[in-house]
Design a protein around this ligand. Sequence first.
Ligand SMILES: Cc1cc2nc3c(=O)[nH]c(=O)nc-3n(C[C@H](O)[C@H](O)[C@H](O)COP(=O)(O)OP(=O)(O)OC[C@H]3O[C@@H](n4cnc5c(N)ncnc54)[C@H](O)[C@@H]3O)c2cc1C
Length: 363
Amino acid sequence: MEVKIIGAGPAGLYFSLLGKKLNPNYNFSLYERGGRSENIRLGYTITESLREKLFSIGEDITTKIFSQATKPWTIQEHHSKGKIYDGKSTFRLYGIERSVLVNALREAASRKGVRIYYEQRIDEEKAYQFSRECDLLVGADGANSVVRNIYSQNFREHTITGTTAYIWLANRDNLKHMKTVIKDYYGHIFIGVSYPIRGNNNCLIVECKSASLDVLGLSAMVNSDQTISEEGIRFLHDLYTDGGSKFRIRSSNSRWRNSKYVRTDRLFHDNIALIGEAAQTLKFNTGSGLILAFETAEALAQSIREESSSLEQSLSQYASLVHQELNIKWLASEHLRNGAERVLTRYNELDGRSIVAILSGLM
Ligand SMILES: Cc1cc2nc3c(=O)[nH]c(=O)nc-3n(C[C@H](O)[C@H](O)[C@H](O)COP(=O)(O)OP(=O)(O)OC[C@H]3O[C@@H](n4cnc5c(N)ncnc54)[C@H](O)[C@@H]3O)c2cc1C
């Protein structure tokens, strides 16, 4: 079988690695718009269950990746209305730089015989052409998937545009666990979530009402390529730097983005399947974006195993394997999305403890 995959992010890479392991005779080719080595200094929180999944593609790869991850934490610290609340999560989280994860998976995939073509930005026309040339085309090209766009009606795509905007930044601070800090800037509320990803490097995700960006002039504090300008960084730095804090916020190709969530009712059409964020985008702080990427990739790799009869049956099996899990994750994400909007809109009416409960998805 000839399999072409658009996007060498976590979903596409995990799918190709597992696919090749289960079907050594298939040819897997990956097309990635970026260069060979990712250098974005942003990162993820990852769970123990994801670590287990990584072991299924090789102990050496997992050991290599986790040797560069942070120590695990279970504490989540919330700063709200002048008080600090310590919460404990039921599972351990690790922080990891995206480049560490992606580069290790790319190296492993190349070693296992997956062909990866870099600097190949695939447009809709090319993706359509690919679909005619190969047995299976996989859209693993993230939230703004061009593969999904070709047949958005057949995939029955729904898009929800939220009322909030967010930015993902690099930061330096000696954080040991996740910390959420809420700031009230003349009635405009900012939810900042930071977590360590490597040494003293950490990430800061700031979310606010989209309208606040215009009112406070933040939409104009951008460079010509729309990345945040020095002035925009300074605003956030002043907002988040309390006396004594060693926050050093930096842009890593960071842009303010309006929150947008996409899901599809169907995960395949003809000989095209969607995995990862191309199939469904979740609220970023659910911690389950990567799990969804790996779960969909795993289910597709298993469904196309050599002994399966027709491609249509394999793809139907793929859809039924992940259908329920995608629904559950979508509902959880919706709950957190509504929670953040509630806190940003009704901050003054809520007490600190309720805010923590809402943002943690408990209320
Ligand atoms: C602010 C923020 C914080 C997050 N934090 C976490 C977290 O802590 N934990 C977690 O589990 N998840 C987190 N997520 C979610 C996580 O980023 C995604 O779930 C995950 O990256 C999805 O992987 P993917 O491979 O499906 O897509 P992507 O990671 O988006 O990868 C898609 C790949 O396709 C390539 N590509 C795109 N278009 C084209 C094209 N036209 N041609 C060729 N190549 C293309 C891209 O360059 C990229 O390499 C966060 C998301 C955001 C926005």
